[in-house]
Design a protein around this ligand. Structure first.
Ligand code: EPZ
Length: 417
């Protein structure tokens, strides 16, 4: 099992280029199943979850090859409709192949994702909404057996709760349904807008009719496309917080600053000096870190995927802060590990009370999930001495070349087996 050794405390200085978005790439890769024409994808991040999704598509019969940084997908002979547990269990976004498979073939057998460290990850909203398009489904032995006897028929659907994955599954499914589908109360994360733009690029007829409503008119003709995936806003936010926690001075490039306005505003309130150019953000950390109360929320609110990272930063604030995790039911696995480094964080339900004024002490730590593990790296970077972070396979799921990027800006970090 690999681990990371981090020798802190160093002020990070220099420039970091942000990779393509994992959470935009995954639904876009699933959406390629709609097409029997070639799809050329650029800017995919080289992370484990993308590799898993590529393996899942290949298990469904997709022909995929890499040509330099470009992925070439040919689904002209893709004809399997079975997505197995051993691939979906490690990457819950695998459920998003259900919509495209139903749209293309009218039947599919897809493994339920199963839970993970941050929550039970149900898919009831996906399934109820798909049934509105005429899908019949049964759950047997951990698999969704779904059929659409008359094909998918457009309908009006209101999501009872904002769900990124359910919104993505339905957008893709409705793209080939007969007639018009209206989706209300959609998630509007930038990754969803990227998915919509990708689908339009292959000939789908999708338009935003209001802030959280989409109109999708099913099409029959699909085109070849070349598409570049958007930047990873969570990776960008993570490195902004890395600059703030190490009192560093970083230039973050290949970003669209306006997309992470909420995070920038919060970091400014905490005391970081931030200036913005067209596709880059310069951030200077401040010695004095101000406390702030944060509630995670669907976009454009503060992202749950940055909750663990901002918690590490707020441990060093001069006064106490409160973080309310309103999206997932168990996303405080990093609290125990931060407390082992000397933080004083207590949790009551979905609220974490961070005492502040923490002088972290280096320690041996355990990563539990993707974002929790990077919060431990951030804490270790700002701490004198050598910390060791175990089970870093969690990190590799979503951060491309993290040691290389951090070393380039002065971090003393190395991977050991
Ligand atoms: C996506 O997960 C992201 N994953 C998550 O990022 C992110 O944290 C999450 O959206 C929220 O922004 C990808 O995009 C691959 P949801 P998803 O459906 O689609 C409940 C990361 O670190 N819910 O918006 O699974 C659910 O349990 C990952 O990159 C139902 O109850 O999130 C959760 O409490 C972690 N029934 C809430 O809704 C359903 O059918 C939001 O889930 C679906 C979801």
């Amino acid at each position: 099992m690999q681990k990371l050794e981090v020798l802190g405390a160093n002020k990070l200085k220099g420039q970091i280029n942000i990779s393509g978005s994992k959470n935009a790439s995954l639904p876009i890769l699933a959406a390629t199943l709609l097409s029997h024409k070639k799809v050329y994808l650029n800017n995919l991040p080289n992370v484990k979850d993308i590799e898993t999704m590529i393996n899942l598509l290949q298990s469904l019969g997709s022909k995929i090859k890499f040509n330099k940084k470009k992925l070439i997908i040919d689904n002209s002979k893709q004809n399997k409709k079975f997505a197995s547990y051993n691939l979906v269990k490690t990457m819950r976004a695998g459920i998003i192949v259900l919509g495209p498979l139903l749209a293309k073939f009218g039947n599919a057998k897809v493994s339920l994702p199963g839970g993970c460290a941050i929550g039970s990850r149900p898919v009831d909203i996906h399934l109820k909404a798909l049934s509105k398009l005429g899908v019949k489904y049964k759950i047997m032995q951990g698999y969704v057996h779904a059929t659409a006897p008359k094909g998918l028929i457009g309908s009006k659907i209101h999501f009872p709760k904002i769900s990124v994955g359910a919104t993505e599954n339905l957008i893709i499914a409705a793209s080939l349904a007969k007639g018009t589908t209206i989706l209300n109360n959609c998630a509007i994360e930038p990754e969803i807008k990227d998915l919509v733009n990708f689908l339009i690029s292959i000939g789908c007829n999708i338009s935003w009719v209001s802030k959280r409503s989409l109109k999708i008119i099913g099409v029959t003709e699909i085109k070849e496309t070349t598409y570049s995936v958007m930047f990873d806003r969570i990776e960008a936010g993570t490195y902004l917080i890395a600059a703030a926690i190490t009192e560093g001075n970083l230039k973050i490039r290949n970003v669209i600053p306006n997309i992470i306005k909420t995070e920038i505003d919060i970091l400014r309130k905490i005391g970081a000096k931030i200036s913005i150019k067209k596709n880059e953000i310069r951030i200077k950390g401040n010695k004095k870190i101000k406390n702030i109360n944060i509630k995670t929320a669907p976009y454009p609110g503060f992202p749950t995927d940055l909750q663990a990272q901002i918690m590490a930063l707020l441990c060093k604030a001069s006064k106490k802060s409160v973080i309310k995790e309103d999206i997932f039911e168990n996303r405080f696995m990093h609290v125990a590990e931060l407390n082992r480094m000397g933080a004083q964080i207590s949790t009551i339900g979905n609220k974490a009370l961070i005492k502040g004024n923490t002088k972290f002490a280096a320690a041996e730590l355990m990563a539990t999930d993707l974002r929790a593990s990077v919060s431990l790296v951030l804490a270790a970077l700002s701490t004198k001495g050598k910390s060791v972070i175990n089970r870093i396979y969690h990190l590799d799921r979503g951060y491309e070349n993290i040691e290389k990027k951090l070393k380039m800006v002065g971090a003393k970090i190395r991977r050991v087996s």
